[in-house]
Write a protein that binds this ligand. Sequence first.
Ligand code: SF4
Length: 391
Amino acid sequence: MNNHWQSLTSYRSPELVQQLADAINNACQGRVKIMQVCGTHTWSYRRHGLATLLTQNLSLVAGPGCPVCVTDQGDLDWIMDLAGEKQNTLVTFGDLMRVPGSNGSLAEMQSRGADIRVVLSPLKALDIALAEPSRRVILVAIGFETTAPVVAATLQHAHRLCLTNFSIVLLLKRLIPALRYLFARERPDGLLCPGHVATVVGKQAFACLPQELGIPSAIAGFEPVDMLLGLLDLAHQLKTANAKITNAYPRVVTEQGNPIARSLIEATFEPAPSQWRGLGELPTAGYGLRGALQRFGLNPAAVLLSKAANGQCLCHLVILGKHTPQACPRFRKNCTPENPLGPCMVSEEGTCAAHYYYPDLDESLEIPDTESEVTLQLPPPVTDGKLPNKK
Ligand code: SF4
């Protein structure tokens, strides 16, 4: 335990952090825009105040790496329609509960009596299905390559159990095809790639980004030193005009990733079209079920997919790095973590919530007249390795 703690604190060493920040500032020539794809990077960067150490020439923008935030509004509404059917038991991760659909949230539906169960592991859905055979148990699966292996294991186990009252709303997404699609239109100067996705798929899976699109890319972990090592790699690549994929998280990420997780994914899923908030339908950026597992899949009614996104919310632009949360007229006014108008303010990987809890030093916190009273919260202290609690 002591060794683990020492290891953790070394990745937050103030001296090392300062040395790395100085090296980045020296290497950074001219203005550069780096996309931090993953919401966990956004939170870590803001929580540890890394922007205050780095040159203003370096700007970090958000990317489409928060699973709740990229879930399409039509899909959210479909989930809520399913939750409203009396025979259904909806099983979901907690981060979906407060995301606003067109007619409220799952949390509101639960308070009105809908059978919605929050779980930490998708395997729990199978326990529910076995224990309550009269219920139609529906697992809502959102997430990226990091979540896909455990969902695959759940489906394989459901198949072995021959369950007939278990189904899945399969909204998992494949990050790398979506990035290729996004950057074919408009690209940042560099890309900080998510260490947890790379842990599953391996470093080489990201090689297409520098090779095909010429984008300097670095895989990074989530402690301050991890992130700064990734940014330093990117600064060097930009300085030498040599785009490649580097691994600044070698204590976790290997060249080929996790072979067991990858083979589970391969045996269970095949690439399929997927709806992404802000990007629309992307041909291969989702997962479809293979063979006999298809019997577990539920498909949305086409009419629901045409529902418009929440017109009050700019999440579809925030997750593509085209707007900062501060550019949204509702940020801190009538959109707060207590009263979120979009998924980016709900999720623990959401960019708007990260900016809410960890404001820029020069950011005005004066609140103009609003539709609802807002109480500002001070950023929580960095002590325990956990995200701040939200009321
Ligand atoms: S501040 Fe709220 S309404 Fe604006 S983009 Fe973020 S989540 Fe959406």
